[in-house]
Structures are given as structure tokens and as C-alpha cells.
Design a protein around this ligand. Structure first.
Ligand code: NAD
Length: 343
């Protein structure tokens, strides 16, 4: 039976936790509690939402809530989520799910034994444009996917506990697998650099190889780039697509463009082959914009209320962390790393 109200604790009222509170507070039937250790930030929350309860420790409210959103810095995700799961609370964990494969697996096992959901906050999988592009790819409209290129660039916030790969690439890794119908890469390689003395890696070029589709994906993430870019290019052998998260008017453009081998009579005489460029225009599908965080958090609350399995379950969080951990080994060793699924 559905409960009348759903009580959710948002742990961490920083940049992103504040967005969760804004969104959750607008969902009918949801009561939000803010858990924040920093008293200034807690005061900010109380000023904006006078009716919301603000506390400094999850222990104070765990008995009163149905579910928990973990929006702390990544190194705290595991301990906060584990505590909530052990108390049989459903949990949504922000990206990156955890900072090691072992801890990610342990969260999923703990949720299973407590018979509650643990959901990965892979927000872009809830973006209407990403969903549209996935359906375009799976319909075969683009043909065979040759490669995907994802760029997430800008002047990012240098963080003390993670580098740019763990900070930004979780999004690209989840979007790319999502676009490929859930396929996970079988090997990864990476080139990274720290450009500012004493600071973590702030620039990375990553490569993911996919066996089933034979696709290859490249990810460029940077905290040190002058222009904000959030763009995924998908090149198929029939058509090509560009997904630009920053464009609310045309988030997806389908280019009816391809390249084919075309031998001219002169080439035949020289036993050579040329290529021909076909370009029939650009189509921009109409896609209603719904803030992805609203869709994600509404979905989380429905899973809590109905028992439905989340679209981005904890297992997706494990898979995402496995790729990130593999990328870390790859850039440290300078080698391509095979992902066996048993790391
Ligand atoms: N899904 C997305 O698009 C998206 C976007 C931005 C950030 N994030 C993720 O959200 C998380 C938070 O990022 P942020 O930019 O808001 O960080 P932030 O540093 O601005 O905020 C984190 C907050 O958590 C608080 N905190 C830390 N430990 C705590 C604890 N044990 N109990 C209560 N409060 C605690 C800190 O005081 C701080 O206010 C990160 O995991 C980040 O990767 C996700």
C-alpha cells in the first residue's frame, strides 16, 4: 500500500544538493529534510525553505525518513549510503556512485539484503534528448555506429578529493553506454594531465572500446577550457547526430551525411578508389525540455512508493565505477586495460 507522504533526507546541501532540495520540495506528497554539516549552508537552506527541517547528522532523522539522497562529495558517498541502506532506507547516490568497485558492489549487496533500492544518479539518462537519441540509434536510423565523441569542457571547480575524470566522466560513460543500449566497454585507455601545480588531473582524453557493436568512444573532459561545452557526436555509417545538452532549442541535430567509396572511371583506370560525400540536410527533432533532475528525482520517489526497480539501478553505478577505475589504471600504467567485469 502506498504511504500518504514520502519523507526524504537530502544529505549535503552544497551546489548540487540544493538542486535536489529545490526539485524534491516541488513533488506533491514529498517532505524534505536537509542534512548538512556546514552550519552556514544549513542556514541558507533554512532561509530559503523555512518549513523544511535542517539537521547536522543523518542519525538524527534516519528513523523518520523513507529514503535518502546522497549529495555529499564523492569520498563520503559510500559511508553515508551504507548507513542509510543498513537502516532499510531506499537510497539515491549521486555520481560517481562510489570511488571503488568494491565499495560500489557492497552498496548493491547491502540494498539487496535490506530489500530496498539503491539507485545511481545518472542524471543525463533522464534527459528527454538523450532518450530520443537512444531510440534513434536503436531504430538503426544512423546505421552502424562507427564512433562516439563526447566533450565536457569548461572552467570546472578544482576539487580536493577527485580529479576531472571521476568528476565529469561518469556522465559521459553513462550517456555513451545508455546510447548503445546499455552495452559496457570491454577495454579502456587514457591520457591525462595536471596543468596546475599541486592540483589534481584537470584534462583527460579517454577511449572506450565496445565489442558487441564494435563501436569506439572518445571522451574529452576538462576543468581548464575557456568555453563550456556539453556535446556528444555520434557518427553512424548512414547518418550522424550531435547532442548538445546546452541547446534547449535544438538539443539533437541529425545530419543526413555519410561518406561512401565511389570509384570514378579515372580511378578505375588508375586502380584507385575515391570517396563521395553525401549531405542531404539536417533534421532537428522536436523534443520537449524537462529538467533531467526533475525526471530523475520523480522517478526515484515513484520507485520508493511503488517498489518499481529504478531505471538506473545500483548495478549501473557499479558498471560506471568499474569503467572509471579501469581508466585510472589505464592512465597510471599508460596501457590499455581490459574490463572483465570481475574487477
Ligand atoms: N548529477 C549531476 O549532474 C551532478 C552535478 C553536480 C554535482 N554532482 C555530484 O553531487 C555531489 C555533490 O557535489 P557538489 O558540487 O554539490 O559538492 P559541494 O561540495 O558543493 O557540496 C557538498 C556538501 O556536502 C556537505 N557534506 C559533506 N559531508 C557531509 C555529511 N557526512 N553529512 C552532511 N553533509 C555533508 C558539505 O558540507 C557540502 O555542503 C558530488 O558527488 C558531485 O559529483 C552531480
Amino acid at each position: 500500500m502506498e504511504r500518504a507522504r514520502t519523507n526524504v533526507a537530502v544529505v549535503g546541501y552544497g551546489y548540487w544538493g540544493a538542486h535536489h532540495v529545490r526539485v524534491l520540495n516541488r513533488i506533491p506528497g514529498v517532505s524534505v529534510t536537509v542534512v548538512e554539516i556546514d552550519s552556514d549552508r544549513s542556514r541558507d537552506a533554512a532561509d530559503i525553505y523555512p518549513a523544511i527541517r535542517c539537521v547536522t547528522s543523518l542519525d538524527e532523522v534516519l528513523a523518520d525518513v523513507d529514503c535518502v539522497v546522497v549529495a555529499t562529495p564523492p569520498h563520503e558517498h559510500y559511508s553515508v549510503a551504507l548507513k542509510a541502506l543498513r537502516s532499510k532506507k531506499h537510497v539515491l547516490v549521486e555520481k560517481p556512485f562510489t570511488t571503488s568497485v568494491e565499495s560500489a558492489n557492497r552498496l548493491v549487496a547491502t540494498a539487496d539484503s535490506a530489500n530496498v533500492h539503491v539507485m545511481a544518479g545518472h542524471t543525463f539518462e533522464y534527459h528527454t534528448a538523450a532518450q530520443k537519441l537512444r531510440s534513434i540509434i536503436s531504430s538503426g536510423e544512423l546505421g552502424r555506429i562507427l564512433y562516439i565523441d563526447s566533450a565536457r569542457l569548461g572552467l570546472g571547480k578544482y576539487q580536493s578529493d577527485i580529479d576531472v575524470v571521476w568528476d565529469l566522466a561518469p556522465h559521459d560513460v553513462s550517456i555513451i553506454s545508455f546510447l548503445l543500449g546499455g552495452e559496457q566497454p570491454t577495454s579502456v585507455s587514457a591520457w591525462t594531465r595536471s596543468n596546475i601545480a599541486g592540483q589534481p588531473i584537470d584534462l583527460a582524453y579517454l577511449r572506450l572500446d565496445f565489442e558487441r557493436t564494435d563501436a569506439v568512444a572518445f571522451i574529452n573532459v576538462s576543468w581548464i577550457s575557456p568555453v563550456k561545452v556539453r556535446r556528444v557526436t555520434v557518427v553512424g555509417d548512414r547518418k550522424m547526430a550531435v547532442y548538445d545538452y546546452l541547446s534547449t532549442i535544438e538539443p539533437i541535430r541529425i545530419y543526413e551525411t555519410n561518406v561512401e567509396v565511389c570509384a570514378t572511371s579515372l580511378d578505375v583506370m588508375r586502380s584507385e578508389q575515391s570517396v563521395k560525400y553525401n549531405s542531404d540536410g539536417v533534421v532537428s527533432p522536436m523534443i520537449p525540455f524537462i529538467e533531467p533532475l526533475i525526471s530523475q528525482d520523480t522517478h526515484f520517489i515513484s520507485c520508493v512508493k511503488t517498489g518499481m526497480r529504478p531505471s538506473t539501478p545500483g548495478e549501473d553505478g557499479v558498471a560506471n565505477v568499474r569503467v572509471l577505475a579501469g581508466l585510472e589504471v589505464a592512465h597510471r600504467s599508460g596501457q590499455r586495460v581490459a574490463l572483465t567485469g570481475e574487477e
